[in-house]
Design a binder for this molecule. Structure first.
Ligand SMILES: [Zn+2]
Length: 180
């Protein structure tokens, strides 16, 4: 077993300048500290998660890790363990599909998902952060929640409007009588 002898540099907390490699190191440390082994599939999974630009499905993650290098059950188990360690968070599409996203370089947030094209955008984490704290104040432990927003994005609205506009005739609204 290789002991991690890296010292904690006082400037290491500068979140903005951190690289994927430092996230990977942190992930390995968290896995070790939880008493788990740092295995090849686990490292490959962390690397794959760090490459994504938003939440992705478990099937997509499995494909990118490599379907030959580990099975889907392993991915499920790893993601469940990573979630316990706070390294991934779950979100859902409106059809119930579960998506995963790493938590290292993104502040906690929600998503608005377009019901037409499936595009996701971030929504600030303001509403339920408060509610969670209030529940903790009421004595609850291990409080968690799932919250997703669904809608139709401006682009999809425009696209459907231009479709219906093709069949309608514009009617002038001016009723001023001509001056004699
Ligand atoms: Zn859309």
């Amino acid at each position: 077993m290789i002991a991690a002898t890296q010292s904690n540099h006082p400037l290491a907390g500068a979140q903005e300048n951190r690289t994927k490699e430092s996230f990977l190191n942190e992930a390995c440390n968290r896995i070790r500290n939880a008493g788990m082994r740092v295995t090849k599939p686990r490292v490959a999974l962390v690397e794959t998660l760090l490459k994504q630009n938003g939440p992705v499905s478990i099937e997509r993650i499995h494909q990118e890790v490599g379907v030959d290098s580990c099975d889907l059950v392993t991915i499920y188990r790893c993601l469940a363990a990573f979630e316990e360690l706070g390294m991934v968070r779950r979100s859902y599409l409106h059809n119930g599909t579960c998506l995963y996203e790493q938590t290292f370089d993104t502040a906690r947030h929600y998503h608005i998902v377009c019901k037409t094209c499936g595009k996701t955008e971030k929504v600030d984490y303001v509403l339920a952060g408060d509610a969670e704290q209030k529940l903790k104040d009421r004595g609850f432990e291990q409080v968690s929640h799932v919250l997703e927003f669904f809608g139709v994005c401006p682009e999809c609205q425009l696209a459907s409007k231009s479709l219906t506009r093709g069949t309608s005739v514009s009617v002038p609204t001016s009723i001023s009588a001509p001056q004699a």
